[in-house]
Design a protein around this ligand. Structure first.
Ligand SMILES: *Cc1c(COP(=O)(O)O)cnc(C)c1O
Length: 408
């Protein structure tokens, strides 16, 4: 049977936290862009790990270690297949997107020269800005910013003009966490490759919502964080094309990442271990694999379609509120709505919503340059997941209306 729509009530039963109350009201969780909630299927995998086969991996002769190693490597393969990477050794486990970007930025230190240029988009998360600024300080490369328009869409025409023989690297998010914009990354990658530049795409905000085929994108580096994809915190991945991962030097030294160590010199292990020094987040990696299984059992295509319906409904309802302005009105968007009400500080709206059991994020969303672009201190951000409902959108709208009446 072909499933045509999501059974949201059944899905909600998978998430124990959605049953709880906050401040005496049923929880309405609309902060999914910061972190997603965890289904029982993933929680069970975490419990099973610590109850039944907790052991260090890749080194023990004993059975528990073998079992943990097998499950950890199986998770790597699940992630590889999910993103359609060519090889599982191109999937490096990290602590998350931030760690993944720092790994690449560090590796490029010796590959850049003074005067080389690196391009960053105007709508990046701080974790896709600061590591590159640090890289520029170390290498003497110059950071240039790809501008955006008032809708929060990148100016691809200007981007094409910025690409020159000096450009060595481009980094951009697939989806903006502050605005929800889906960037035309395939086109951007092809344009960068035309002039020989490498591209890193920060997929932290895209991976929970969009099915991505890394080989089709032909991207050099891609990142994701498990905790935004129904998995646990403290684990994520760096995808890198094998040639690139072989070119980059190791990021951290330690156990696991070596072939041979003497006091004169050490040689490094092959991929992926070269970039996985120390004991990793073993349980987290296995649970990340379970989260991917869960998302695929629901179906990312159906998730994308349903979340788009929620986005359209919520956008329309919120815009009926007097004085409310939405930041980020790109044609291609995921289910993120950043907004303000004229004359009210976003924090005050967020605090009133919290009293009503509604969780949103307020502030600059780790994207201060985006806030500066719109000349605002921050926004209220409601971000929806496939386990949210239209009723919850109605609660949000009623809550924002109430806040407006209290504060204007
Ligand atoms: C969340 C997020 C990050 C940072 O991810 P961590 O899991 O905190 O390392 C980076 N970029 C974007 C677009 C994000 O949404």
């Amino acid at each position: 049977m072909i499933q045509t729509a999501l059974d949201i009530e059944a899905i909600r039963k998978d998430f124990p936290i959605l049953k709880r109350e906050v401040n005496g009201k049923p929880l309405v969780y609309l902060d999914n862009a910061a972190t997603s909630q965890t289904p029982q299927q993933v929680i069970d995998v975490i419990v099973d790990y610590y109850q039944n086969y907790n052991a260090n991996i890749h080194r023990g002769v004993h059975s528990l270690s073998q079992e943990a190693t097998d499950k950890y490597e199986l998770a790597r393969q699940k992630i590889q297949r999910h993103f359609n990477a060519a090889k599982s050794k191109e999937i490096i486990f990290t602590s998350g997107t931030t760690h993944a970007i720092n790994l690449v930025a560090n590796g490029f230190t010796s590959l850049l020269e003074k005067g080389d240029e690196v391009l960053v988009s105007a709508m990046e998360h701080h974790s896709n800005i600061v590591p590159w600024q640090m890289l520029c300080e170390r290498s003497g490369a110059v950071l240039k910013v790809i501008p955006m328009n008032n809708e929060g869409e990148l100016r691809i025409d200007l981007y094409r003009e910025m690409l020159t023989s000096k450009t060595k690297l481009v980094f951009c998010n697939h989806v903006s966490n502050a605005l929800g914009t889906i960037n035309p990354v395939k086109e951007m990658i092809a344009a960068a490759h035309n002039i020989g530049a490498a591209v890193l795409i920060d997929g932290a905000q895209a991976a929970p919502h969009i099915k991505t085929d890394l080989q089709e994108l032909d991207v050099d580096f891609y990142t994701a964080s498990a905790h935004k994809m129904c998995g646990p915190t403290g684990v994520g991945i760096l995808y890198g094309k094998e040639e690139w991962l072989n070119t980059l030097p190791p990021y951290q030294g330690g156990g696991e990442m070596i072939e041979e160590v003497t006091f004169e010199k050490s040689t490094y292990a092959g991929l992926p271990h070269k970039f996985e020094a120390g004991t990793p987040n073993i349980c987290g990696g296995i649970a990340f694999g379970a989260a991917i299984d869960y998302l695929n059992s629901v179906g990312l295509d159906l998730i994308e379609k349903y979340e788009h319906e929620l986005l359209e409904y919520a956008t329309e309802q919120l815009l009926s509120i007097e004085g409310l302005k939405i930041y980020g009105t790109a044609k291609q968007k995921t289910s993120v709505i950043s907004f303000n009400i004229q004359g009210i500080h976003p924090y005050d709206i967020g605090a009133i919503l919290d009293k009503l059991g509604i969780a949103v994020r307020t502030g600059h969303h780790c994207a201060q340059p985006v806030m500066d672009f719109f000349s605002i201190p921050g926004t209220v951000r409601a971000s929806f997941s496939f386990y949210n409902t239209k009723d919850e959108v109605d609660s949000l709208v009623a809550g924002v209306n109430k806040a407006r009446q209290m504060l204007v």
